[in-house]
Design a protein around this ligand. Structure first.
Ligand SMILES: C[S@@+](CC[C@H](N)C(=O)[O-])C[C@H]1O[C@@H](n2cnc3c(N)ncnc32)[C@H](O)[C@@H]1O
Length: 253
């Protein structure tokens, strides 16, 4: 696997110093989720997630992943808050996946399958994506999105908590995208190491580092000699003002 040309440094810089805006970012998400639960209780068949799937089926082009991503992004910008990685951070994810030339990719946290589509469409012929989500309803929608995009053969989905699925996987990965339960980032990364699931040089790409103040995770990847780690400042998905960030860590055996 090739490594990024940029110099990778362990940084003492804390991304959390600038963070009042990210609190507003979290409050906005909570408010949007409350609104969604009220709408859902009034109209049980139409969660915003099901509405997104319907928009995709109506407006996107079958077997065209870019058109599916575009419709989901349009929903995220103009209709409801969606916890996808989004187009800007998604482009960074695309670049790292392409650069890694990974054969086996693991995704923790699928939601509607937005990042699953982004990753799967950039995999080479013999590469495969293993995607885990604890929520069965979300996973069903994601499966339909992948089917619609023509990418379902590239992905194996697992329903369950990552901590329960990881020990059963019996695979070694070149790239791990972490974007599930924020409290579980560190414990599940440790589980991947303990279960010998990481190939030498594996890239661990962790989203929402600033938004959710994942300081224990950062401390671990920045001070442990088995990782070389760097921080990429970003904005939160579908926001033009709320700060967020990605931590990219290279695993060394
Ligand atoms: C931020 S969303 C994932 C977004 C997706 N990666 C994207 O960018 O399109 C987080 C997802 O993690 C799932 N999740 C939460 N805790 C989990 C756990 N312990 N194991 C697996 N999935 C979990 C939730 O059900 C939710 O769908």
């Amino acid at each position: 696997m090739t490594r990024t040309k940029e110099k990778i440094k362990k940084r003492s810089y804390s991304p959390f110093l600038i963070n009042r805006k990210s609190i507003y970012g979290v409050l906005e998400i909570i408010f949007s989720e409350l609104k969604n639960s009220i709408y859902k209780s009034l109209d049980k068949e139409s969660s915003k997630e099901k509405k997104v799937l319907n928009y995709v089926k109506e407006k996107a082009i079958k077997n065209d992943p870019e058109s599916v991503l575009k419709i989901i992004d349009d929903c995220g910008y103009n209709k409801f808050f969606l916890m996808n990685i989004g187009d800007h951070k998604g482009k960074i994810l695309d670049d790292y996946v392409l650069e890694s030339k990974a054969q086996k990719v693991l995704e923790l946290g699928v939601y509607l399958g937005y990042s699953t589509i982004r990753i799967a469409r950039n995999l080479s012929k013999n590469s495969h994506l293993y995607s885990i989500d604890a929520n069965k309803d979300f996973l069903e929608i994601a499966q339909e999105h992948l089917e619609f995009s023509g990418l379902h053969d590239k992905v194996t989905f697992y329903n369950g908590k990552a901590s329960e699925v990881i020990p059963r996987l019996n695979e070694k990965f070149d790239f791990v995208f972490i974007d599930h339960w924020k409290e579980a980032y560190l414990t599940d990364l440790k589980l991947l190491i303990e279960n010998n699931c990481l190939n030498d040089g594996a890239i661990i790409f962790a989203d929402n580092i600033v938004l959710f103040h994942l300081e224990d995770y950062l401390e671990f990847v920045r001070t442990n000699p088995i990782f070389e780690s760097k921080f990429i400042p970003t904005l939160r998905e579908y926001s033009s003002s709320h700060p967020d960030g990605i931590e990219v860590s290279y695993f060394r055996k």
